[in-house]
Design a protein around this ligand. Structure first.
Ligand code: XLS
Ligand code: NI
Ligand code: NI
Length: 442
């Protein structure tokens, strides 16, 4: 195998005192946290598209990143070089999973048939490399947003030929994901949404989207794909309004169309904040509905209102996220996919290592802090106390559904003197800080 990152050797855990930026300070894969090793809590995945496909272009500037694996004129050669670079990267970083879109891994041909044949050839190539390593596929997905045919959406397009093409593409992407042993398959509604209601039959588009997903469920069953199917909510971008707006909206959609038993959700941090929620809110909402399936771990920028996909370095946010994950009992077969890209000025290939290391360490720190918060039941005890009035007397009757308005009115008349207790938010925030910084010292 050719080497593309020859100036980087395998990244090791060296602990918080190490001065080596190409080492882990907190992520020690073998360290046991509660009932599992860190590497089994944090099933990290590298995203093919951002890590090996992003070249730094933005709305105002052209590509500024030179990637040695691009240095091949033949598109299939280039695709194979990219795969080589990817596997070298996975091995050196010690990440055991990857995620991909069909169009990230193989070039398109003149026809759909040729495109599929290209995909098959690269799939065989990837499989060969997987055989010699313990790298696995976390999930695959179909890119239903880049090609101009998807201008009006894919499954929600007004054009039936586009609907059919999208179906063919998902069909093939599922087959490839199965072939690669993918543990999940993701549907992010790339352009499933609208620009204006003046030209949109919303009801029909939603019905079609549901029909599309039912066919996908059916096909997965037919080919024996037993991985978890996931929907990835996002409120906007590229469309002004996306149908899978957030967790709550997506759950309502799934329930309306009798799809909820087949799907869980893939929650992305930056999509949560884009929708006006915290990352923790979206994780919590999914978790309490038993729908927390997997995570696209990244972070937004409080000053920028779009999906900036920064690598997650905000330990406050990773701590609260890991708190939800631990409460959920983990997210396997899901994982933590770095749907994140290096900033444009971080244009050297080695920055890809720094970025992932920063993200992995931030998640590891978050995991350790969240675990201790849970062990000490810091928040649990407070919350339990806060709702104590529902554990006996009339409270218990309410909680067990044994009371009506008439009884409640009688009770209210007998208890006119109402006393509330403080929510102690600032106190709890200070406690959270104590845990965060204690963690840093130990
Ligand atoms: C875009 C999405 C996308 C999905 C995969 O905002 O995050 O990258 O994760 O199609
Ligand atoms: Ni994503
Ligand atoms: Ni995103």
């Amino acid at each position: 195998m050719r080497e593309f990152f020859s100036n980087v050797s395998a990244i090791r855990y060296e602990g918080p005192r190490s001065k080596n930026s190409l080492s882990f300070k907190y992520y020690d894969p073998e360290e046991r946290i509660g009932d599992k090793k860190m590497k089994d809590h944090l099933r990290f995945a590298v995203a093919f598209w951002h890590t090996f496909g992003f070249r730094g272009a933005d709305l105002f500037g052209s590509e500024n990143m030179i990637r040695p694996w691009d240095n091949f004129t033949d598109p299939m050669e280039r695709a194979k070089a990219k795969v080589d670079a990817a596997f070298e990267f996975f091995e050196k970083l010690g990440v055991r999973y990857f995620c991909f879109h069909d169009r990230d891994i193989a070039p398109e041909g003149e026809t759909l048939g040729e495109t599929n044949r290209n995909l098959d050839e690269i799939t065989r190539y990837i499989k060969r490399l997987m055989n010699g390593s313990d790298v696995k596929c976390l999930w695959g997905t179909a890119n239903l947003f880049k090609d101009p045919i998807y201008t009006h959406g894919a499954a929600t397009s007004c054009n039936v030929d586009v609907f059919a093409r999208a179906a063919a593409q998902v069909k093939k992407a599922m087959e490839v994901t199965l072939e690669l042993g993918g543990q999940n398959f993701v549907f992010w509604g790339g352009r499933e949404g609208y620009e204006t209601l003046l030209n949109t039959d919303m009801r029909f588009e939603l019905d079609n989207y549901a029909r599309f997903l039912h066919m996908a469920v059916e096909y997965a069953r037919e080919i024996g794909f037993t991985g978890q199917l996931l929907i990835e909510p996002k409120p906007k971008e590229p469309m002004k309004h996306q149908y899978d707006f957030d967790v709550a909206t997506t759950l309502a959609f799934l329930k309306n169309y009798d799809l909820d038993r087949y799907f869980k959700l893939n929650i992305e941090a930056n999509h949560a904040t884009l929708g006006g929620h915290t990352f923790q809110h979206e994780l919590r909402y999914a978790r309490i509905n038993d729908k927390l399936g997997s995570i696209d771990i990244n972070q937004g920028d409080p000053l920028l209102g779009w999906d900036v996909d920064r690598f997650p370095t905000d330990v406050y946010s990773t701590t609260l996220a890991m708190y939800e994950v631990l409460k959920n009992g983990g997210i396997e077969p899901g994982g933590f996919n770095f749907d994140a890209k290096v900033r444009r000025p971080s244009f050297e290939p080695v920055d890809l290592f720094y970025a992932h290391i920063a993200g992995m360490d931030a998640c590891a720190m978050g995991l350790k802090i969240a675990h201790r918060l849970l062990e000490d039941k810091v928040l649990d005890n407070f919350i339990e106390e806060r709702y104590a009035s529902y554990r006996d007397g009339i409270g218990l009757k309410i909680a067990s559904g044994e009371i009506n308005f008439r009884d409640l009115e009688r009770y209210a008349m007998e208890h006119e003197h109402i006393q509330n207790s403080s929510g102690r938010q600032e106190m709890l925030e200070a406690v959270l800080n104590e845990y965060m910084f204690e963690q840093q010292r130990s």
